[in-house]
Design a binder for this molecule. Structure first.
Ligand SMILES: CC(C)=CCC/C(C)=C/CC/C(C)=C/CC/C(C)=C/CC/C(C)=C/CC/C(C)=C/CC/C(C)=C/COP(=O)(O)OP(=O)(O)O
Ligand SMILES: O=P(O)(O)OC[C@@H](O)CO
Ligand SMILES: [Mg+2]
Length: 236
């Protein structure tokens, strides 16, 4: 568990994050390897099939370890108390305001005084894999040029002062030149990159052009390869 005074600031030092999906099975041995890997944080989240029950279950299992554990909120029904931080996505490249601030407005109205504001960290999402669940769910405009994507990132950084720009290619390895162009334009926002990191090589390529890499699906497909990606903490 993180000390309260460093909670939201701690994201500034993250180089590597494992994203665990409550809707997917991971046995105790695999979870032990992930939590003891040296990763900077475990992010719990998914864009479908996330429930209160499977989120509580995963949190309680990760809590056996010292590693920070944060919830990426994708469904209000699955907001569980007890995480170190709550990451709040706002999708920048959609014209559906529901995913920019509609859900957020309803969440704030519903949770009201219960919201631990100091624990909330907003992520400006730029969703770029048109085949991903998250792109379909949010009707994201994924056919962006590098300069268009970089402009969205600048809105997050310079107009909205968001702490995080999340370049989301969930499921495929993205365009590293585009990610680099986004990263070069940032003054304050930290750039998280996720999508198709499947081994040390892809991890190193992504880590070279962003601040923090996020490794997801490969955990469930080839754990040894997933664990290789933590090497970016030493090599970049
Ligand atoms: C007491 C206590 C703990 C109070 C809680 C305080 C709190 C957190 C209050 C809520 C405040 C708030 C403003 C909440 C926002 C609510 C909400 C639902 C916002 C919408 C977020 C959003 C834009 C969701 C869209 C989907 C998305 C971007 C999900 C992120 C995760 C992601 C991309 C997963 C990867 O998905 P993918 O690989 O494509 O698909 P699979 O899951 O199938 O693999
Ligand atoms: O599952 P992958 O493709 O590793 O993507 C990680 C993360 O960005 C998903 O939200
Ligand atoms: Mg996924």
């Amino acid at each position: 568990m993180l000390e309260e005074c460093v909670l939201a600031d701690s994201i500034q030092s993250w180089r590597h994050v494992f994203k665990l999906d409550p809707d997917k099975e991971l046995n105790d041995e695999a979870l032990d390897a992930v939590c003891m890997s040296g990763t900077d944080a475990i992010m719990v989240g998914g864009s479908s099939g996330v429930t209160y029950e499977n989120t509580v279950d995963l949190l309680s299992r990760v809590r056996r370890y010292e590693v920070p554990c944060v919830l990426e909120v994708s469904d209000l029904e699955a907001v569980v108390p007890g995480f170190d931080l709550y990451m709040i996505p706002m999708v920048l490249n959609t014209s559906d305001s529901n995913w920019i601030m509609g859900q957020h407005q309803r969440a704030i109205e519903q949770f009201g005084y219960m919201i631990p504001w100091d624990l909330l960290v907003t992520e400006g999402y730029i969703v770029l894999n048109g085949d991903s669940t998250v792109a379909k769910l949010t009707s994201a405009d994924t056919s962006l040029s590098a300069s268009a994507a970089a402009s969205y990132a600048q809105i997050a950084d310079k107009l909205m002062h968001l702490p995080i720009v999340y370049v989301e290619y969930s499921g495929v390895f993205g365009d590293m030149e585009l990610v680099q162009q986004i990263h070069r334009g940032m003054e304050r926002s930290r750039v998280l990159y996720g999508g198709g990191i499947v081994d040390k090589s892809t991890a190193l390529q992504a880590a070279a052009v962003c601040d923090t890499i996020v490794v997801g699906n490969i955990i469930y497909r080839d754990l040894a390869k997933a664990l290789e990606t933590v090497a970016v903490k030493l090599e970049v």
